[in-house]
Design a protein around this ligand. Structure first.
Ligand SMILES: [Zn+2]
Length: 473
């Protein structure tokens, strides 16, 4: 439960890097250097200055030979427990997706399954340069926490919480509000601020159709009292808004209703937020609600979110991959590329003329760093490379076919970079991937155990997929 003590005796000096700091002045050092002491960044500057000042004190000096150094990326909407469900719900309608595949899958998971699923998901997160993520909600937070601690990642964990709604599995449909709140308080007490301070526990609301007013109010109050965040899927499909208008008497959907209930606050992380009107975007901005844009998942099942309008009105928008059954790729690198293209395309579609300047590379990089840090309520410690902040950083090697030639460094990081360009990842001052090797787990063993666990869950849940094409066995 204790914060890691900065081990001042261990000093690492990284130099000769193109450092994209993502600080408030958006400084980029063409030949920069960073000093890491214990779990924090002690200094940043030109390599010549830092080498002169810190070489004597450094235990280790690493020449990055012109590679990029960026703050660790932050993925603000991930279902780690769904990693074992990759491929079980491709090309199906939303109700089949939820009622016939995902809910049976999730309700048949054990804590051990969740642990393995989070390990498998963590491999993909780390390989795409992620050092911190916001869990969107699963059933076994203790399993997730064990995996996050081992992987060395930073995370805000959430229990999937529902107290109402149609079509729920029987073991989920009888849960009282008191139980929802008490079980989360228990998880908060057990896991909040553990793993050397890398794990925080938030409160979850799966979505409006699975939450009574009383549960929403109780969640709002307890999160305020414990000074932690709330993660909720918001305004995902038109049906959701229609149902809210019909049953809860507001003139537009979920965001209007949450405003009425007083849930729109700076500690709310609203995933997706696709079907929102201009007034609701203004409400999100005024209340400093954070939005997690998950473009790939939205394209598959939800629609075009008005991200440009949100950014123009000052909403803090970050980026998420969502879960493996709704995106299949948990790479925030791919997600940046997709987000930029989709939002440019949306401009052309709604205005009838192209707008290649919408969501430029600088904005995309801000979404996965500084905005991501604000979204997870951790921006005093992460989101930029600055003296005093935690040493969460990613080393990118651009010297391969995917990124060369390198005429415009910043745009290349969004439009050219692949997951394969991510070379090393540091979280909390510790390498968690070095030269493309994940350090804290045996990757092959995790993959093998995860594949077995996945087959067993599908058997228990009675999920079988229809045949595609003319399969000859
Ligand atoms: Zn989600």
């Amino acid at each position: 439960m204790e914060e890691e003590k900065g081990d001042g005796s261990r000093v690492l000096l990284l130099h000769n890097a193109v450092i994209v700091t993502m600080d408030n002045d958006l400084r980029v050092f063409q030949n920069g250097s960073v000093v890491v002491a214990g779990d924090r960044i002690e200094a940043i500057g030109r390599s010549s200055d830092i080498l002169r000042e810190f070489s004597d004190r450094a235990n280790e000096t690493l020449d990055l030979e012109g590679r990029f150094l960026l703050p660790g990326f932050i993925n603000t909407h991930v279902h780690t427990s769904q990693q074992l469900a990759r491929g079980i719900a491709d090309d199906v309608d939303l109700m089949t997706w939820l009622h016939a595949r995902i809910w049976p899958y999730e309700s048949n998971m054990t804590e051990e399954d969740s642990y393995l699923s989070t390990l498998l998901c963590g491999i993909e997160l780390i390989r795409s340069g992620v050092t911190c993520f916001a869990e969107a909600g699963g059933q076994h937070v203790s399993g997730m926490a064990r995996a996050v601690e081992l992987l060395g990642l930073r995370a805000c964990l959430v229990q999937s919480t529902m107290d109402s709604g149609q079509g729920l599995p029987t073991n989920w449909s009888t849960v009282s509000i008191d139980h929802c709140i008490e079980s989360q308080i228990e998880l908060y007490k057990r896991h909040h601020n553990t793993a050397n301070g890398r794990i925080r526990v938030w409160f979850g609301l799966r979505q409006i159709m699975n939450a009574t007013d009383e549960l929403i109010a109780a969640t709002r109050e307890i999160a305020q009292e414990l000074k932690t965040g709330i993660h909720m899927h918001v305004a995902e499909i038109p049906f959701e808004n229609e149902l809210v208008m019909d049953t809860r008497k507001v003139d537009h959907g979920t965001v209007s209703y949450l405003d009425k209930l007083g849930l729109l606050r700076s500690n709310l992380l609203a995933a997706h937020s696709v079907w929102v009107n201009d007034d609701e975007i203004r409400s999100l901005a005024n209340a400093d609600v954070k939005v997690s844009h998950c473009p790939a998942a939205a394209m598959r099942m939800l629609g075009f979110a008005p991200i440009k309008e949100m950014l123009d009105l000052g909403v803090c928008v970050s980026l998420g991959t969502d879960g493996a059954p709704s995106n299949n790729r948990m790479s925030i690198v791919d997600e940046m590329y997709v987000a930029s293209l989709i939002n440019k395309g949306r401009e052309a579609y709604i205005k009838g003329s192209t707008s290649p300047t919408a969501l430029p590379a600088e904005v995309m990089l801000k979404m996965v760093t500084a905005n991501g840090a604000k979204a997870v309520l951790w921006d005093d410690d992460i989101g930029s490379i600055e003296a005093g902040k935690k040493a969460d950083m990613v080393i990118i090697n651009p010297f391969s076919w995917s990124m060369l030639p390198l005429h415009d460094s910043i745009s290349s990081l969004v439009y050219c970079m692949r997951t394969e360009n991510i070379e090393s990842v540091m979280c909390n001052g510790q390498w968690i991937m070095k030269d493309k090797k994940i350090l804290n787990i045996n990757e092959e063993e995790v993959i093998s155990l995860a594949v077995k666990a996945s087959s067993n869950i599908l058997k228990r849940a009675g999920i079988s997929l229809p045949q595609r094409f003319n399969l000859i066995c």
